[in-house]
Design a protein around this ligand. Sequence first.
Ligand SMILES: *Cc1c(COP(=O)(O)O)cnc(C)c1O
Length: 389
Amino acid sequence: MTETATAPTAPLRARAEIDLGALRANVRTLRARARGAQLMAVVKSDAYGHGAVPCARAAVEAGAAWLGTATPEEALALREAGLDGRLMCWLWTPGGPWRAAIEAGIDVSLSGMWALQEVTAAAREAGLPARVQLKADTGLGRNGCQPGEDWAELVAAALRAEADGLLRITGLWSHFACADEPGHPSVAAQLTLFREMLAYAEQQGVRPEVRHIANSPATLTLPESHFDLVRTGIALYGISPSPEVGTPADFGLRPVMTLAANIALVKRVPGGHGVSYGHHYITPGATTLGLVPVGYADGIPRHASGTGPVLVDGKWRTVAGRVAMDQFVVDLGGDEPPVGTEAVLFGPGDRGEPTAEDWAQAAGTIAYEIVTRIGTRVPRVYVNEEQAG
Ligand SMILES: *Cc1c(COP(=O)(O)O)cnc(C)c1O
């Protein structure tokens, strides 16, 4: 489990400040964008690194009717923490904790016959019907049931199990491949196929509570994809799915995580001095170096060696040389801020600090990966925990 701390002013080596007020505001903004649909707060992978339980609670307070996780273990942990509303998980492997999920009232996703067989066996043992959602592969080419014969077989078997009282088909759903590239032709093709697969299942007698396909980018850009429920992950955390979709501010979203560390050492060095492993940075002249005490063990991408931006004392500095396991160095250009000065790696951007998107660009990845990989050694410090008003 991730370490947590509650005193935002504690002199911690490093901290990820999590603004739950921003998260609640993002939930309300997303609900307003998807009026007529319910909202599922996707809190898999420890809420994309923000902390699953506090984020799930805040999202529910702000009106998220559903919570979603990838693994059943993540879903069961939310139940143990007292989150007792609608909850779904979708990444199952053979021998998974089906019975525990059934007994906890968790909706489980089925993409194939093996999973239907396992869940019905568990429902018999539990003496309780499972809540199952059938997942259609409408073109992502990942999890989900193929259209045609495979879908017909899964729907028919699920309806037989429903008639036997072993399960209730609560949802029909799918997932987009390219919703973060607005206008990509696969988006319209997936929507068309989703409608066909829904119509087939409904003709056969399926009466789902919810039909859903929209992730964050589709929630933000594609109203016709909203159906009964939208599943938002990255947008909850105030991050845009991709620069092509827009900036967070374009949608009224505010980044939730601020990552900062306290400078551990400031020192003068001569010109021509190699910096960090491999000496990939050589000081161009006499200068000062600042030691930032976080590294790739904390989730700072090593791919951002020589490129990652940091705000120190009002100025953007760049990672000088390699990011190491526990630390990296910035060239302070002769400035000598006191040790303990805050180095802000990323945040909402309104104090002039870089954003997670800036780090994504520096490391050649997506902002999802930047926040999700912040390590467990970095305490999460929750602010605005209480709902105002
Ligand atoms: C992660 C995930 C989401 C959320 O995606 P975002 O782009 O972060 O909104 C939605 N649905 C499924 C199936 C997912 O795995």
